[in-house]
Design a binder for this molecule. Structure first.
Ligand SMILES: [Zn+2]
Length: 401
């Protein structure tokens, strides 16, 4: 055999052997997907008779405000195919037109869309505003306190996005995006290699993206420090852009020879969701969604690891029941009860300090002896990989005063 042929054969062998870890990884992801699916069928849901639960996502962009190539069709299809009830749009602002008014507003394919904005202040802070407004581009010249004063007077809520860059921690904001899917997915594209994208991603896009998630320790600590002092909403943002990936040999009309996009709306809308609670009898609409976020009647569910619908957290003392986002007085016999649709590990935090950790079980009861903001994180150790490190569910707090 000629030397160059030997060399080519050896190179081919090395390339094939180098694929083995990725093939094995794909096998493991597939096993996990099967496990999640079979456990999903065993879920138990406990419904609060006074509230209805709706699932959706918050923080989505289209090409309207730049930074994204996504269009309305792709977005509506992604939301409908995931069975979402609502999507909070947060278009970047424009000097020339009102992106909150021009984006999706209303019901399309059974999904409620609410036009918000992602807006800056001169203080260097960035907010998700629901809903949005025509002056938000110009109002980037306002300092954060003035900006918040103006929009609170209009009944809008301001949620911090990019808490790592946020400066005005003593201002009057309404919530903190403790987890950003976009930031985590981007980090993942640096950890995941092209072979992972070729082997695991096509069959299990959501799970492959979620493999390397971790608990956002810093963001949660920032959140807990404020929530210890006043009620504040915690949430995870999708920050859907539909713009991470690569393609070879294509044109901008979408004809692409190799086109690996890891953050299609249909993928990201299935990974992490906001589950909101709306009083039974009140319809799901723009006002009731904003109200749920304002009051902290929301929990974060990483539904990619199993549907979190039906999670419940409340405090009980005699006949009084206190729900997420609400406050109650410290009294004898006050208990915190949490329930998950599948057995899992529950961790209770009081003002950011871990005060209780359960084994693998479907519900917990915790005696409350001290004042503070109590919230729960739920972990799926049974799924392995990052799922024992990154929470499956994050509740909002119950405030014991
Ligand atoms: Zn964004």
């Amino acid at each position: 055999m000629k030397r160059w042929k030997k060399f080519l054969l050896a190179l081919l062998a090395v390339l094939l052997i180098a694929q083995l870890p990725y093939v094995y990884r794909r096998y493991r992801v597939g096993q996990r997907a099967d496990l999640i699916q079979s456990l999903n069928a065993q879920r138990v849901v406990r419904k609060d008779p006074e509230f209805d639960e709706y699932k959706g996502i918050i923080h989505a962009h289209t090409s309207l405000g730049g930074h994204s190539t996504g269009n309305f069709d792709e977005l509506i299809e992604g939301a409908a195919s995931n069975g979402l009830d609502f999507v909070v749009m947060t278009e970047h602002t424009s000097a020339d037109y009102d992106t909150a008014a021009l984006t999706l507003n209303g019901v399309f394919k059974n999904v409620l869309f609410i036009g918000g904005n992602e807006a800056d202040t001169i203080s260097g802070d960035r907010f998700l505003m629901i809903d949005g407004g025509p002056e938000m581009f110009a109002d980037a010249k306002l300092a954060t306190p003035q900006f918040l004063e103006k929009y609170h007077a209009q009944g809008k809520i301001a949620l911090i996005t990019y808490p790592d860059r946020f400066k005005s921690w003593d201002s009057d904001f309404d919530g903190v995006e403790v987890f950003s899917l976009h930031t985590n997915a981007k980090r993942n594209t640096r950890i995941l290699t092209i072979p992972d994208m070729l082997w695991s991603f096509p069959s299990y896009p959501g799970l492959t993206v979620a493999e390397n998630f971790r608990r956002p320790d810093e963001e949660l600590a920032q959140y807990d420090a404020v929530a210890a002092k006043r009620p504040l909403t915690l949430f995870a943002g999708t920050d859907a852009h539909s713009n991470i990936g690569f393609h070879l040999l294509g044109d901008d009309a979408g004809h692409k020879f190799i086109n690996l996009k890891i953050d299609r709306y249909a993928t990201t809308f299935g990974i992490v969701r906001a589950h909101i609670l709306i009083e039974h009898g009140t319809p799901l609409n723009r006002e009731s969604v904003i109200e749920a976020f304002r009051k902290g009647r929301v929990f974060v569910g990483f539904d990619v690891a199993g549907d979190t619908s039906g999670f419940d957290l409340h405090a009980e003392a005699g006949a009084t029941k206190t729900r997420m986002g609400e406050a109650t007085e410290l009294k004898e016999g006050l208990k915190l009860r949490a329930f998950a649709p599948l057995p899992a590990r529950f961790v209770v935090y009081r003002d950011g300090t871990k005060v209780y950790e359960s084994g693998n079980q479907a519900e917990i009861e915790f005696d409350v002896k001290d004042r503070g903001a109590y919230r729960v994180e739920v972990y799926r150790d049974d799924l392995g990989s990052s799922f024992g490190i990154a929470p499956w569910i994050y509740s909002n707090p119950i405030y014991v005063r």
